[in-house]
Design a protein around this ligand. Structure first.
Ligand SMILES: Nc1ncnc2c1ncn2[C@@H]1O[C@H](COP(=O)(O)OP(=O)(O)OP(=O)(O)O)[C@@H](O)[C@H]1O
Length: 338
């Protein structure tokens, strides 16, 4: 249950800069996600926090105190990796008790903690089984129990759900979240799954190319990211070129009010879900539907307006067909201009 501060951390592998001046603060009891594409440096960051890897510059503090001189087993941070890394020749009980045995805790204590953990992760009756006798989700719960048994101050989860099928992933995610909220353990979740990061976290850090590009609440990071790179990482958005003049963004789509100073070249980012389409009734911007895909609770449209193909996500409108002329309504309060 520590506050974690990562200060100006940089790391090179064979002269290649992998982490570039990483700064992050995670408040006590918070769960934050480190979100980014494959190879951007997420696992490296976790290993550095856990003390499993050296780095070139910077500092890591737990509760305001540098942990650089502490070995990994003294830091109180544990990592759960995506492939669980359970010991195959040990039973569930032995796996969960392993860290406590290493810490030379007495047998009675170990048994008590192991039983508590087995109950916590809902594996009562499975204690004597070996990992191969368990399902993927059960193995994962053993890995979580093993990590929590040593009462870490910091829990580091490296893509813990990525090996599970979608249904199991959702229930395991909720399961881990409940435990995290109950124990209030400071947690960093590494993921490349955007929805997972948004759903689970108090805050999300978007990591691209070894740099933290943005760090904010899920809503702010999704709706108001600081840079166009982060918008592009979330994907699926509309990018309109234009300029800002006298507090209006001017483009082929016309004028939209913005709170920005003049800029000769600017890009407006419009999320598909802030655009609504209606059967044409002569008011407002007009386009025509080029494509539509039914997706159950939403429909994906492509609408051509002034030679621009706009992606639109709206509820299904049974009166609309491909080729129809439609009015486009953009929520100007939700556009972003960079
Ligand atoms: N021991 C190592 N020696 C050399 N290069 C390494 C080493 N470990 C990682 N790298 C490189 O550092 C970069 C970051 O790796 P890292 O595992 O941190 O990425 P990641 O964001 O966790 O990716 P993924 O989501 O695929 O696990 C990659 O380019 C990787 O090839």
């Amino acid at each position: 249950m520590s506050k974690i501060q990562i200060k100006n951390v940089s790391k090179k592998f064979q002269h290649k800069e992998i982490l570039k001046n990483i700064n992050l603060t995670i408040e006590e009891g918070e769960l934050i996600s480190l979100l980014g594409p494959s190879g951007c440096g997420k696992t490296t960051t976790l290993k550095i926090i856990a003390g499993l890897m050296d780095f070139d510059e910077g500092d890591i503090l737990f509760d305001g105190v540098s942990v650089l001189k502490k070995n990994s087993n003294k830091r109180g941070a544990v990592i759960v990796f995506q492939d669980y890394l359970l010991f195959p020749h040990m039973t569930v009980e032995e796996n969960i008790g392993f860290g406590l045995k290493m810490a030379k805790r007495n047998k009675r204590d170990i048994k008590e903690v192991v039983n508590k953990m087995i109950e916590l992760v809902e594996l009562t009756g499975h204690g004597r089984k070996y990992p191969r006798e368990l399902s993927g989700g059960q193995q994962q719960r053993v890995a979580i129990a093993r990590a929590l048994a040593v009462e870490p101050k910091v829990l580091l989860l490296d893509e813990p759900f990525s090996n599970l099928d979608i249904r199991l992933r959702e229930s395991m995610r909720q399961f881990v979240l409940n435990i995290q909220r109950r124990l209030k353990i400071t947690t960093i979740l590494v993921t490349h799954d955007k929805e997972e990061a948004l759903l689970c976290s108090h805050k999300v850090a978007v990591m691209l190319n070894g740099q933290i590009k943005d760090y904010d609440t899920p809503k702010n990071i999704y709706e108001r990211p600081k840079s166009i790179d982060v918008c592009k990482f979330f994907g699926g958005r509309n990018y309109i070129e234009g300029r800002v003049k006298d507090y209006f963004f001017e483009s082929a789509l016309g004028e939209m009010k913005v709170q920005l100073d003049n800029k000769e070249k600017a890009t407006c980012v419009i999320r598909p879900e802030i655009i609504k389409i209606r059967k044409e009734d002569s008011k407002g911007m007009v386009g025509h539907i080029k494509s539509m895909k039914y997706g159950g609770d939403k429909t994906y449209y492509e609408v051509e307006v002034e030679n621009i193909l706009l992606k639109v996500i709206d509820i299904c409108n049974d009166e609309l067909y491909i080729g129809d002329r439609v009015n486009i309504i953009i929520d100007e309060n939700k556009i972003l201009v960079y």
